[in-house]
Design a protein. Structure first.
Length: 485
């Protein structure tokens, strides 16, 4: 049977509860939120993972698989629940592809636009639990639980996406600096039009409008993680994404589909010792002639807990589910900033904005952190921000307000001036404005941000303008020179 469930207004639930129940008919229902939020056990929120050391052995997911865009490599840690290590040393891997790149530090170099689109407006994430092995579905606290989900991946993933944009979280603001409508190799985006920027997720309704269990497919499964079985091919996974888009009725550019395979399945050889991966994203247009239907963005998302506690997470300190949301955060942001790879934002090496910050060692700027949302606390990785410092860097939070610094101003004593300061809050709030060290005779309108007045004397000053709202502010500085004639 196929089941479609409306997830708007979902309530937070425990991420470890797995409930078996009688089979449920296909339904679409509105779920009523409860007042209880249950967070997974984790360190204090918004702090880096403690005590981890990045592995020096990473898989090479794109070796011979160019369609695996933004693939998060496997780390050689505890080898999941398999009997032998998952990965081989880098020296014995396929040498036709670049060597593993990110060994605990970020990849330097600004990201630039490839001239293609980004996901503007409110994103929509659809979770497709693909395979009859997911088993019997029940709903508790507004989240789907499956009898074939021993680690509680499904409700955890649902709670993560349902919570993005809540509690004024600032992790989602990082990607909003990127835009479309700019030329190839552009490094920064103009403030206007704001509609061209990557969208910040709206908390109500959540960005997770629907979940679908598609049991029409029965993948071959192994008896332990990494066992070689005849898993779904890359083309089959892309076809399922196109099928899901048509079935769920959303073929817009704002939609991305996570094709989630069941426990012990082997989609596209994901636990291969050399070129395995935690997940990757793509769009169905890559497989022209092999995939029919709408062109949609999707992520191939295996049953990540099968890889173990640290194979897809910087530490796995809170258990197997850390890797689930750290991986999901990686692919979600890269789909927003590069939905049709690689026409979006990448660096000179072709690395996307999450690739540049994966598996950072504790203490590194932008190392993975625990993000508190209204639906729980989740492991997320850092994202590359071109506007961090002078040369860019990895961040786990970003100011929600953008301000455009005016160019150098030159005025004459006694001549009236009018200068508008541009700013916007990605969450939709209206900022107020302030300014310091304005030339004498000038003032800023705190509501509109327009600086007006008549200079009364010679000046050469560095003006700072600030746009603020209740939770923070952003400033920009520029030089203002006033001469007597």
């Amino acid at each position: 049977m196929r089941r479609v469930r409306d997830t708007v207004g979902r309530a937070p639930v425990s991420h470890l509860t797995v409930i078996a129940a009688a089979a449920v008919l296909a339904v679409v229902s509105t779920l009523v939120p409860s007042a209880t939020a249950v967070a997974r056990t984790s360190p204090t929120t918004s702090t880096p993972h403690p005590g981890a050391v990045a592995s020096s052995v990473l898989s090479q997911p794109t070796a011979g698989h160019a369609y695996r865009h933004g693939a998060l490599p496997l780390r050689d840690s505890d080898a999941g629940r398999a009997a032998a290590p998952l990965l081989v040393p880098a020296s014995s891997a396929d040498t036709t592809e670049p060597a593993p790149h990110n060994l605990g530090v970020s990849i330097r170099g600004e990201a630039t636009s490839g001239g293609g689109p980004v996901v503007t407006g409110t994103p929509h994430v659809y979770l497709v639990f693909w395979g009859s092995q997911w088993g019997t579905e029940t709903t508790t606290g507004g989240y789907d639980h499956f009898s074939g989900d021993p680690d509680g991946l499904a409700p955890d993933l649902e709670a993560f996406f349902a919570g993005l944009g809540t509690d004024n979280e600032l992790w989602s603001a990082i990607a909003t600096q990127y835009c479309d409508g700019v030329r190839d190799r552009t490094k920064t985006c103009p403030l206007s039009p704001t509609a061209d920027h990557v969208g910040y997720p709206t908390p109500v309704p959540s960005i997770l409008p629907r979940v679908w269990e598609d049991t029409s497919y029965t993948p071959t499964v192994g008896t332990f993680p990494g066992q070689e079985v005849a898993g779904a091919s890359a083309v089959q996974i892309a076809r399922e994404a196109a099928k899901a888009a048509a079935h769920l009725g959303d073929t817009s550019q704002q939609a991305q589909f996570f094709i989630v395979s069941p426990h012990f399945a082997d989609p596209d050889g994901w636990l291969d010792p050399t070129d395995g991966y935690c997940a990757y994203h793509d769009d169905t247009g890559v497989f022209r002639g092999e995939v029919t239907g709408p062109r949609v963005e999707y992520t191939n998302f295996p049953y990540v807990p099968d890889a173990g506690t640290e194979a897809c997470s910087s530490t796995g300190k809170a258990g197997l589910l850390d890797g689930v949301t750290e991986t999901a955060s990686h692919e979600y942001v890269e789909t927003q900033t590069d939905p049709y790879p690689a026409s979006g934002w990448t660096d000179a090496r072709g690395e996307e904005v999450a690739d540049k910050c994966e598996y950072l060692s504790p203490g590194q700027p932008g190392a993975a952190t625990y993000l508190t949302l209204a639906t729980g606390t989740f492991d997320v990785q850092g994202i590359w921000a071109n506007d961090s410092g002078k040369k860019g860097g990895c961040e786990t939070a970003h100011a929600p307000i953008y301000v455009t610094a005016p160019s150098k101003q030159k005025s004459v004593v006694g001549s009236p001036v009018s200068l508008a300061v541009s700013a916007f809050d990605v969450r939709g709030s209206t900022p107020t404005y302030g300014a310091t060290r304005l030339p004498a005779g000038l003032a800023i309108n705190h509501t509109t941000g327009v600086i007006t007045g008549t200079p009364v004397g010679h000046a050469h000053t560095r003006v700072t303008v600030t746009a603020s709202e209740t939770l923070g502010s952003t400033s920009a500085a520029f030089t203002w020179v006033v001469t007597r004639h």
